[in-house]
Design a protein around this ligand. Structure first.
Ligand code: ADP
Length: 408
């Protein structure tokens, strides 16, 4: 018997070995794609989920060039690879998606603000400021204002609410100007938003774009805690405009792969753009179980320039709840209870050591299409019953996440 033909599927290289790379693993396996991860350490959480991996420093060009050898395309788990290295990879003939010219808008919030303005999309009032004097001038006497480092922030680090002029002159803001090392910081009005939204789309290098429904993302202490998909009670005009803004940003900035456009919902002003993430995003984890094509599969399809998958909902709504570390360090000790008490919860653990407040997993709970809202009373409006359904889903997702966090 002739031996079978060798496996010839594409190889996707992911720089960074965190949970986003990890969750690309099952999607790659299903498609027969080889996922190769450049991990920070041998125990990075993506390592067990990747077909192959190397351990190395993503800030070292020689390491990146050697990792790229034999890979069809390079993509990312995070946005911190120096852009000059990505340019060098491109020059060496390596496919890098998203490309550095797009990625810079997710790396630098001042560059992003300029681009949003140029595209005529809704920004908060903002300015690039060099000094406390600039900040005070920007405030025009209306405090608080928000001060941000243009680069390197995550989960609310690098964001400072400055409550008053005296705080600006004497508090942390003054220290940031003196010590942050950035030529400019970003000043923004404190936006009076009622909630945060996220518009997630994927785009291929040849220009196909698909969007998921706009979701609500609930932040606690600057960290995403819960996502409601689709965003409850969102004005259809705002939903359409937000989706269209995300498509415009993806297309005009030349983004490839998944991009999350974080938005503020501001009654009377529609929405304002907060920031961009050019990779699968926490606000898109719901899609793993709540949409025909989840964001991790879509990202792989997009960076390989394959046709994108259907982004339709599998149920009527999905709630994603993050599992943040608590006192219990053994997440598996909660398995029996969570699996018996909330069998509809889809549990995703990241294989990361528990530390209080650390994102160590998430759960998704989806309301099946056609299921009645719980305890529907006659005379309720459609919105009431949708709210009730969402509230019941949230309870279930919270219960599952708490059982995992607290263990047996
Ligand atoms: P990070 O890069 O750390 O995610 P963000 O720019 O998204 O930083 O800000 C973190 C959080 O701070 C946001 O989710 C929002 O709750 C709050 N925030 C950021 N910018 C503003 C603003 N201009 N006005 C009011 N709140 C803001």
């Amino acid at each position: 018997m002739p031996s079978p033909a060798p496996v010839t599927g594409p190889v996707v290289g992911v720089i960074g070995g965190g949970q986003l790379a990890r969750m690309m693993g099952p999607a790659a396996t299903e498609l027969g794609i080889e996922l190769r991860v450049l991990a920070e350490a041998p125990d990075s959480c993506a390592v067990p989920a990747a077909a192959s991996h190397e351990v190395g420093d993503y800030k070292d060009l020689a390491t990146l060039l050697s990792f790229a050898d034999g890979v069809d395309v390079i993509t990312f788990d995070h946005e911190h690879v120096p852009n000059e290295h990505l340019e060098a990879l491109l020059t060496a003939g390596v496919a890098v998606e998203p490309r550095p010219t797009a990625l810079v808008h997710a790396q630098d919030k001042i560059v992003m603000r300029r681009a949003v303005e140029k595209l005529g999309l809704p920004n908060p009032r903002w300015a690039a400021v060099k000094s406390v004097e600039d900040l005070v001038a920007f405030a025009e006497g209306r405090w608080p204002v928000v001060l941000k480092t243009p680069r390197g922030g995550y989960d609310g680090k690098g964001v400072l609410v400055v409550p008053s002029e005296s705080e600006a002159r004497n508090g942390t803001a003054a220290a940031w100007f003196a010590e942050s090392g950035f030529e400019h910081l970003l000043a923004e009005e404190a936006v009076p938003f009622t909630r945060e939204l996220s518009a997630l789309v994927a785009r291929t290098p040849t220009g196909e774009v698909r969007s998921w429904p706009v979701v609500e993302s609930i932040q606690v202490d600057g960290v995403c805690d819960e996502v409601l998909a689709p965003a409850p009670g969102l004005d259809p005009e705002v939903e359409q405009a937000a989706e269209s803004a995300a498509r415009t940003l993806a297309t005009e900035l030349g983004v490839t792969g998944v991009v999350a456009v974080e938005l503020f919902d501001v009654p009377g002003r529609g929405f304002l753009v907060n920031e961009l993430a050019m990779r699968p995003h926490n606000s898109g984890h719901w899609s793993m179980d709540g949409a025909v094509t989840g964001q991790f599969e879509q990202h792989l399809r997009a960076v390989l320039d394959l046709p994108l998958g259907d982004t339709g909902l599998l149920g009527t709504a999905t709630v994603m709840k993050n599992v943040l570390g608590g006192e219990n360090t053994d997440l598996f000790s909660g398995f029996t209870r969570v699996m018996s008490s909330v069998p509809e919860a889809k549990v995703h653990l990241y294989g990361k050591g528990v530390r209080p407040g650390r994102k160590v997993g998430h759960v998704n709970v989806t309301a099946p299409a056609g299921a009645p809202a719980p305890e529907t009373n006659t005379g309720q409006s459609g919105q009431d019953s949708a709210d009730q359904r969402m509230s019941a889903l949230r309870d279930r997702a919270r219960e599952a996440a708490a059982l995992l966090r607290d263990g047996a």
